[in-house]
Design a protein around this ligand. Structure first.
Ligand SMILES: Cc1cc2nc3c(=O)[nH]c(=O)nc-3n(C[C@H](O)[C@H](O)[C@H](O)COP(=O)(O)O)c2cc1C
Length: 173
């Protein structure tokens, strides 16, 4: 099976995971921005940073996905991926982004990334401050684990990157 790793990363966390997996497996790696033709591949491993539930670069990978190729989506986000409420929520949003015939040959995995608020661009800073304000005003009993994680890490620099968690991706490959 010919495989390739593709990543969509804004601030580097996802890129680091993708490149580490490439180093560990010998599978070549590239950014979604460089996708031209994937017809030579029958397994595509797409790593994407989560942005408001969207998986960065996934649209491009899906557009270029050869018919019958296997797809493995690896999300990288801030919320705690040991919490199944969080991962169920991510999966639900992926189900809205990926057409059913492709979902039927897709596996979805989740890794935890990080964030450095001092490095965010203006648009992302503004988005996060709006999300934070809304979250703070949400009654305690209505706050999801994802919202709590966001409040706890707001305006900080946190890094939950754990290369050992790539083992689950290696097992699926
Ligand atoms: C505007 C914005 C929206 C985000 N939305 C989500 C989200 O919906 N779920 C999540 O788990 N993390 C979310 N995050 C956190 C990123 O997914 C996390 O920082 C990730 O490590 C970024 O990957 P990158 O460094 O490769 O760009 C968001 C971050 C920003 C700045």
């Amino acid at each position: 099976m010919k495989k390739i790793i593709i990543y969509g990363s804004q601030y580097g966390t996802t890129k680091r995971y993708a490149e580490k997996l490439s180093e560990l497996t010998g599978i070549s790696v590239m950014s979604y921005e460089k996708i031209k033709d994937l017809s030579a591949y029958d397994e595509i491993i797409h790593f994407g940073g989560l942005y408001a539930g969207g998986v960065k670069g996934l649209k491009n990978t899906i557009k270029a996905l050869p018919q019958n190729a296997q797809l493995i989506i690896v999300t990288v986000g801030l919320s705690d991926v040991t919490n199944t409420n969080n991962t169920d929520h991510i999966k639900k949003s992926i189900h809205q982004q990926v057409p059913q015939p492709i979902l039927d040959r897709t596996k979805i995995l989740h890794l935890r990334g990080g964030i450095d608020y001092s490095k965010l661009n203006f648009m992302h800073k503004t988005m996060m401050s709006l999300v934070y304000k809304k979250a703070k005003n949400t009654p305690e009993e209505e706050k999801t684990a994802e919202v709590r994680d966001m409040i706890e890490t707001y305006n900080q620099k946190v890094d939950f990157t754990d290369f050992d968690s790539l083992q689950q991706v290696i097992e699926v490959i």
